[in-house]
Design a protein around this ligand. Structure first.
Ligand code: PLP
Length: 370
């Protein structure tokens, strides 16, 4: 099997699994318990918080562990003040877009920040947002479909100067490009474990000022300093911490390797007639390539590739199964017919050049046979 869908999820790194196992079996204590078994679990969470904090350049106290990127995004949007408006980019992941639409249905003003043909948020969209004076602006750092990276720091500066709170969904950027919370200059940032070779069902919200901004969505036992109640998923948090530590030490190496593979892939893709690489000349994640092929249905191509043992995506994993064209590509002004031909190839650290060649070979033969 050739797995080319790392933006959907990644396999757990063996070293991550090894770090997790003792907390599923031997050290099963509740981290809130005062005796030794509980304290061991509590200390493991502290250590994981430090590992993640080191990856994104913050203090451990600025991190709230959540049940994933989706929860972190929901929690971030729930910080909106009761009367305030909200602006989100038109290309957000459903875990931002859906809570934003929910807030709208509850009477909050919602503005969508437009993107240009390359998938980049425009200055005029930011100017417009500023004139609307929303309470919160949410803009993703890297797009899950195209891999396009936004200049968040530049826009966050402008928004903050007008007293507007800024959130970024950095789920896809984490572990793939250097990520420094303070350099981004945002108030809130969402992260997820399973995109960086950690376990699923674990994520984090990073806060500029601990506690000050957050209204907890889950009330109960006071875990995560009262900001996210519920007994912690200790093994998953430990795994997330280990994955973060590995991502930090191996980032430069992986970035270079993925970019090399992507360059190879794009070189061969470019030679295929009728094939477009979306946002080709825009700064993108080193592992992500989204393509459209004239006259080909993306979902059909995905299924045919699957029969050949190759896994790709026809867009965001959460949206697969629905036959609508990708809202991300539509927001970029791509015609719906072309958007429906899209497939996404997202590389990972275990992919090889031989796998890229095999993918290209199979892709060409499937295109030829229609
Ligand atoms: N944000 C982005 C950009 C994503 O790609 C994803 C996952 O697909 C999420 C958020 C949701 O993260 P999780 O799967 O941890 O809930």
């Amino acid at each position: 099997m050739i797995y080319l869908d790392h933006n959907a999820t990644t396999p757990i790194d063996d070293r991550v699994l090894e770090a997790m196992l003792p907390f599923l079996k031997t050290f099963y204590g509740n981290p809130s318990s005062l005796y030794r078994l509980g304290r061991i679990a509590g200390s493991a969470i502290d250590a994981a918080r430090e590992q993640l904090a080191a990856l994104v350049g913050v203090q451990p106290g600025q991190i709230i562990f959540t049940g994933g990127g989706t929860e972190a995004n929901n929690l971030a949007l729930a910080t909106l003040d009761s009367q305030a408006g909200l602006a989100v980019s038109a290309i957000e992941h459903p875990s931002v877009m859906e809570p934003a639409l929910h807030l709208k249905s509850q009477g909050h003003e919602l503005a969508l920040l437009k993107v240009d043909a390359n998938g980049l948020i425009t200055q005029s969209a930011i100017d417009e947002a500023i004139s609307l004076k929303p309470g919160l602006v949410s803009m993703m750092l890297a797009n899950n479909e195209t891999g396009v990276i936004q200049n968040i720091a530049h826009y966050a500066d402008q928004l903050k100067a007008h007293g507007i709170k800024v959130h970024t969904d950095a789920v896809q950027a984490l572990g793939k490009i250097p990520l420094d919370f303070n350099r981004l200059g945002v108030h809130l940032m969402s992260l997820s474990s399973h995109k960086i070779y950690g376990p699923k069902g674990c994520g984090a919200l990073v806060l500029e000022k601990p506690a000050a901004l957050i209204k907890p969505m889950l009330l109960g036992g006071g875990q995560e300093r009262g900001l996210r109640a519920g007994t912690e998923n200790v093994a998953a948090i430990v795994g997330f911490g280990k994955a973060a530590e590995l991502a930090k030490t191996e980032l430069a190496e992986h970035h270079a390797y993925l970019l090399k593979l992507r360059t190879l892939l794009e070189h061969d893709l470019s030679a295929i007639p009728g094939l477009t690489i979306f946002a080709e000349r825009t700064e993108r994640l080193p592992n992500t390539v989204q393509i459209g092929i004239q006259g080909i249905d993306g979902e059909m191509l995905l299924m045919r590739l699957d029969q050949k043992g190759i896994a790709v995506s026809s867009g965001s994993a959460c949206a697969s199964g629905q036959r609508e064209p990708s809202p991300v590509l539509v927001a970029m002004g791509i015609e719906p017919a072309q958007a429906k031909s899209a497939i996404r190839i997202s590389l990972g650290k275990a992919n090889t050049e031989a796998e890229i060649f095999e993918f290209i070979k199979q892709l060409k033969s499937l295109i030829e046979t229609g």
